[in-house]
Design a protein around this ligand. Structure first.
Ligand code: AMP
Ligand code: ZN
Ligand code: FE
Ligand code: FE
Length: 286
């Protein structure tokens, strides 16, 4: 059993990379991927702990993309998981720095907007919540909760920070083609994360997935922490039909998504070990 989608406090998870690896060990996993948003700098710590505990660390990150696929008028959100990439690998590392800088600028604008709307929170306090780096909207959400402006993290997104909220400020996003090219040019592979954010049903994924596959996509996150058993089965079957690797993970974020556990997701997630071997086999030159 493995988990190929987790976040630490290097982005918007609440726990350290070591703690995430320890949870993986406790859950009996043979391998864990750390996939922080836009950054690879938690991987060193994760690798040391994984080696001490005798489990495999799969290095990775997650990139938020925006895409208008052929038959759609409207842009959709599409998250890409990149695996087998290391700190310093180019061209990915330079692009990640650009995304991190843009995120910092977005965060400053977001604080300005929130203050303008009367929410008296400061970037210093959000930064403390984030434990320093990789500040994201979940940290702003936590600050809004701490001040009693909203009941919980989800309310903060629904009312204020999410795409329909009163203070929505998007950050720079790549296209899936950019992300796939970056992954491949950096010795890695790309897998589309939680694919049901693109469309409402599994059957509507066929066309966009064929297009992504033509860009060089390797895998489809089919075993996902929040998907039902029947959604997972349908996604595995679709992945096989399209010659994509049916990958999977919990999307663990610690206290920011407290219902999701490392390895088991909502409780009955089970990502087979074999998926990791298949992904590794799709690397260029493998
Ligand atoms: P950011 O990268 O700072 O734009 O924030 C993205 C993070 O916010 C991801 O971890 C998402 O899971 C979380 N997020 C985005 N939209 C929502 C939403 N509507 N409800 C809950 N969490 C969200
Ligand atoms: Zn996240
Ligand atoms: Fe995501
Ligand atoms: Fe994620």
């Amino acid at each position: 059993m493995i988990d190929l989608h987790t976040h630490s406090y290097f982005s918007d998870g609440s726990e350290s990379p070591s703690a995430v690896v320890e949870l993986a060990k406790k859950a009996g996993l043979s391998a864990i991927a750390l996939t922080d948003h836009d950054r690879l700098d938690g991987l060193g710590e994760a690798r040391v702990r994984a080696s001490e505990l005798g489990i495999t660390l799969v290095p990775g990150c997650e990139l938020s993309c925006v895409w208008k696929f052929s038959s759609r008028e409207k842009e959709v959100s599409c998250h890409m998981l990149i695996y087998f990439v290391e700190m310093g690998t180019e061209p990915l590392s330079s692009e990640l720095l650009r995304l991190q800088n843009d995120r910092d600028t977005r965060n400053e604008r977001l604080i300005g907007k929130l203050n303008e709307l009367g929410f008296e929170i400061s970037l210093e306090e959000v930064s403390l919540i984030a434990k320093g780096q990789g500040i994201g909207r979940p940290h702003f959400a936590q600050a809004l909760v701490n001040h009693g402006y909203v009941e919980g993290i989800q309310d903060a997104f629904d009312q204020i920070l999410g795409s329909s909220g009163i203070a929505y400020i998007p950050k720079a996003r790549l296209t899936p083609l950019d992300a796939i090219n970056l992954a491949n040019a950096s010795g890695g592979i790309a897998v589309v994360a939680h694919p049901l954010i693109l469309v409402d049903s599994v059957k509507d994924l066929i066309e966009p997935l064929k297009e992504l596959r033509s860009f060089g996509l390797v895998g489809l996150e089919s075993y996902y922490g929040r998907y039902t058993k029947s959604e997972r089965q349908a996604l595995v079957s679709l992945a096989r039909d399209l010659d994509l690797v049916p990958s999977g993970g919990s999307d663990y974020h610690g206290s920011y998504k407290p219902d999701l556990n490392v390895g088991t997701g909502l409780g009955d997630l089970l990502v087979p070990d074999q998926v990791l071997e298949e992904l590794a086999g799709r690397r260029v030159g493998a």
